[in-house]
Design a protein around this ligand. Sequence first.
Ligand code: GRF
Length: 200
Amino acid sequence: LRLGVLLSGRGSNFLAIANNIRSGALPNVEIAIVLSNIADAPAIAAARQLNLPTKVHVSKGRPRAEHDRDMLATLRENNVDLVILAGYMRLLSPEFIHAFPTRILNIHPSLLPAFPGLDAQTQAFEYGVKIAGCTVHFVDEHLDHGVMILQRAIPVLDTDDAHSLAERILAEEHQAYSEAIARVASGQYEIDGRRYMKRV
Ligand code: GRF
């Protein structure tokens, strides 16, 4: 299974996936291309250090549909089977989503459907929830919405602030994303109706 990883920044989720591939924990999976919409994303430098193919299509000032066509062309050139959004801070056009039906994954740092959108960890902390976590889901045309693959939950501690909570959620993300990719790579699932992924 060939992954196309889309990101915009730090890339700690991408690095966790790359480590799991290198260690053999994610068999039959390889990173075909790391694609960024931000020229100086730290993750691009990290990907180059790992000798992974990289490409940047700068999105700033460009219409979404036009930029997405460039992204799609690069994914196709690299024979990508599965698109992994890993801190890709840009909405996808409907054309992009329809080009990879149930073949785009996203990770979100909340227990969806609570706290979609930006700064989910701060939203959760300020709301005062006692359980927080992350969700890996297929991407559909709505923000942070598609069929869920898995969630990991952690308690919010009395000693937490928004920063420490976000750090502990991130540690869960680093495990959850590879686990979700392995599940999708296994092909041992079906999607029931609009919401429900189950093992077969
Ligand atoms: C993560 O919190 C992820 O859940 C969200 O964006 C952040 C990306 O972090 N979608 P990183 O670039 O993977 O370190």
